[in-house]
Design a binder for this molecule. Structure first.
Ligand SMILES: [Zn+2]
Length: 349
């Protein structure tokens, strides 16, 4: 499987296969309408009207390095009422190995916001529109973005009111509180742009809510990661204990080591201490754990502009049981904290 496919996560994998299949099955394979590889990110090229019979099979493999090709494909898919494919194509540009220029990012975010709206997930696209408006240069693109912006209506105002008290200062236990060993800096890579996060479990039963027990397990994990896995430090950026305390792991300025290879790029790793498998040694996550996860995910996603579709469990990215079915079943609730910050009471199901 290619790295790019992994990057997109398991959710879009099935769809990707479908697209591949359709592309293979449709003839002719490469029509004259396939965009030129030298196509540029420009208003005229990207947002040109889509003609009925043209551009049916724009071929853009995830490896294609020209963002214009992916963005034009996204626009065509959107016009052809295939918004999910448009969202995926935009993700290839936004989260590809090369950081997009501001102009490219503005187009990708605008098209993705329109596609999310077509999927009935307009709320998820609001950040995209806001960000696109900040960086868009072309006047015509700016007009389109402004048209797509939701009206400032009472709904928005009341959202702001409920959101305001929900940005409590996060109480995070610092590294020194669990007495870590010194990291091996030569093994660490810089984090780069943050755009997603992934939730894990430690797979080690922990029922005690004592601070000292949590600190001890975190030290154990760090030791296993440095000595056993030859990582530069503990692989996760944050850890949450059964009492709901949030602990700082690896410093955020360093890329984590928790989701295998390129999956770690721009990816915040959060580990919940405990074993959430459905077996003899398994445990249920406490309400305190879920609430802390919601708070942390809500905080990080608003700080770094992480959309709901970029909140993963480890098993979404690679074939693993982590973070265990008993925690995984809470993922929808946790991811919701990213898209629509709301009062804690309202999030309970
Ligand atoms: Zn994991």
């Amino acid at each position: 499987m290619s790295k790019s496919v992994l990057l997109l996560g398991a959710k879009s994998f099935a769809l990707g296969m479908l697209v591949l299949f359709t592309a293979c099955a449709s003839a002719p394979r490469r029509s004259a309408k396939t965009p030129q590889s030298n196509a540029v990110v420009s208003y005229e090229y990207l947002l040109a009207p889509v003609r009925e019979d043209a551009e049916l099979d724009i071929e853009a493999t995830p490896r294609d390095k020209n963002p214009a090709v992916h963005l034009r494909r996204a626009w065509v898919m959107l016009q052809r009422k295939r918004p999910q494919e448009a969202v995926d194509a935009c993700a290839l540009v936004l989260y590809g190995p090369v950081s997009p220029s501001a102009q490219t990012e503005a187009y990708a975010r605008y098209i993705r916001a329109e596609a999310l709206a077509a999927l009935g997930k307009g709320k998820n696209g609001e950040y995209d529109l806001k960000r696109a408006l900040e960086i868009a240069m072309d006047e015509r693109l700016r007009e389109r973005i402004e048209d797509a912006m939701p009206e400032a209506e009472p709904q928005v105002a009341s959202d702001k009111r409920t959101a305001a008290p929900r940005t409590p200062e996060l109480e995070i236990h610092t590294r020194s509180e669990w007495r870590p060993s010194a990291p091996i800096k030569s093994r660490l890579d810089p984090m780069g742009r943050i755009y997603r996060l992934t939730i894990h479990h430690s797979a080690m039963l922990l029922r005690s809510t004592a601070e000292s027990e949590a600190a001890q397990q975190i030290r154990m994990i760090q030791s296993a990661h440095i000595k056993g896995e030859h990582y530069g430090d503990i692989g996760y950026h944050y850890l949450i204990d059964p009492a709901g305390r949030i602990w700082q792991g690896r410093e955020l300025r360093y890329q984590g080591a928790h989701a295998r290879g390129d999956n770690n790029r721009g990816n915040i790793g959060i580990c919940v201490l405990g074993n959430f498998m459905r077996n003899r040694d398994g445990q249920r996550p406490t309400e305190a754990v879920i609430e802390s996860l919601e708070t942390l995910v809500g905080h990080l996603s608003s700080k770094y502009g992480i959309g709901q579709e970029q909140i993963f469990s480890h098993g979404d990215l690679v074939n693993t049981q982590c973070p265990g079915p008993l925690l995984r079943e809470k993922m929808t609730r946790i991811a919701r904290a990213a898209a629509a910050p709301r009062s804690r009471g309202a999030a309970a199901e």
